[in-house]
Write a protein that binds this ligand. Structure first.
Ligand SMILES: NC(=O)c1ccc[n+]([C@@H]2O[C@H](COP(=O)([O-])OP(=O)(O)OC[C@H]3O[C@@H](n4cnc5c(N)ncnc54)[C@H](OP(=O)(O)O)[C@@H]3O)[C@@H](O)[C@H]2O)c1
Length: 344
């Protein structure tokens, strides 16, 4: 039963997708005598927390009930924090048992909520449907533990590793199924980034389509591109980072600036120069590569120089997955150095 109610909390949390960052997605369920009597989720940044919304929605007194939450309830107030601590409200409501998916990854408060609840005589268990709870908040977890957004790199290539023909044409290298799959990833990311050459050459919209939502916020790296530009991406409230044209900004600086905007994750869709910079920085968490059954010969390589001199030193992964759809290979790999790398 605990698993079932936790999965319901995870489902509820998804209602905040695209609206709560930099906060995590959180859902909560209150159960009494085996039935749900209250449900809530954190709906947007600044909204009350899921536990409070669940308590307020109860159809009968929550006294003696069990509260389920995918993330450890918050315990402290600090300057800038909008909502009062949820633990206080849970204790006041005389909840008897609290079931938690993931312990708060924020090192400043991790475990503090659990201690407060236990000190008040409430039974607490953790780790229920942990994998689902971790996947829900990949970006938030990454920011809390790595102090930077979750970075998902993606490109589409031919069998001989080309992402564009020698005259720069890249539409389309892979089939519709691959493009649909990549739109799911777009919808799971707070922001989306492409290199300036891709932005100018291809003029992509970078929106989420094929039935997925929401669209991530586009990021523009060049100060040459302003709000008056005719580029499609400028219609979608892009984040202009205004770096100088002379040298490429370090990836660490780009990620710092994305985080400052409250964006917990970034989906990087090429081109080769930008992808190569990310790989060289080792500031990435996941790679998705779509490979089509085509050969282009001369063209643009998917990845440039990584200064690797021996196959033993090449980039390998902590975990890999391969799917084949209509003879296209969909590869996913996770960085060995990336913690909590779970993501759908
Ligand atoms: N098949 C695919 O999946 C796919 C995906 C995307 C693109 N493409 C193709 O790839 C081609 C463009 O790729 P590209 O390698 O020539 O260029 P790119 O990676 O799209 O853009 C590179 C430019 O981005 C800017 N930039 C800012 N910070 C950077 C950093 N830290 N590292 C690298 N670049 C940074 C620089 O522009 P400034 O010097 O102006 O600041 C740089 O010249 C196009 O033909 C496009 O169609 C294919």
């Amino acid at each position: 039963m605990d698993k079932k109610f936790m999965l319901r909390a995870v489902d509820l949390a998804l209602n905040g997708k695209g609206k709560v960052s930099p906060n995590p997605l959180v859902g909560s369920v209150i159960v009494k005598n085996g039935s749900i009597i209250g449900e809530g989720f954190h709906g947007f940044y600044g909204d009350s927390h899921a536990e409070i919304n669940a308590l307020n929605s109860c159809t009968e007194s929550p006294k003696g009930g069990t509260l389920y939450c995918n993330l450890e309830p918050c315990s402290t107030s600090y300057p800038g924090k909008i909502n009062p601590p949820c633990c206080e409200a849970i204790i006041k409501a005389e909840i008897k048992r609290v079931v938690i998916g993931q312990i708060d990854p924020n090192p400043m408060v991790s475990g503090a909520g659990i201690n407060i609840l236990k000190a008040a005589g409430i039974g607490v268990i953790t780790g229920i449907e942990l994998e689902e709870c971790l996947k829900l908040n990949t970006g938030f977890n990454c920011v809390m533990l790595n102090n930077r957004p979750f970075v998902h790199l993606k490109w589409a290539q031919t069998l001989d590793g080309r992402i564009a023909s020698k005259n720069g044409e890249s539409k389309w290298i892979t089939n519709l199924d691959c493009r649909i799959d990549s739109h799911l990833h777009r919808s799971n990311s707070d922001s989306i980034l492409v290199g300036t050459k891709t932005l100018i050459n291809d003029n992509p919209t970078l929106t989420t389509r094929y039935g997925f939502a929401p669209s991530p916020r586009p990021i523009i790296l060049s100060k040459e591109i302003t709000g008056t530009s005719n580029l499609e991406v400028c219609k979608n409230n892009p984040l202009y980072l205004n770096y100088s044209h002379n040298t490429n900004p370090p990836i660490s600086k780009i990620l710092e600036d994305i985080k400052k905007e409250g964006l917990n994750s970034v989906f990087v869709e090429g081109g080769a120069s930008l992808i190569t910079s990310f790989l060289n920085s080792n500031l990435w968490d996941r790679i998705t590569v779509y490979t089509a059954p085509r050969i282009l010969g001369e063209g643009l390589n998917s990845v440039g120089d990584l200064n690797i001199l021996h196959p033993d030193s090449s980039i390998t992964f902590s975990r890999t997955e391969i799917r084949i759809i209509d003879n296209h290979i969909i590869f996913n790999g996770w960085n060995k150095g990336s913690f909590l790398c779970l993501q759908d």
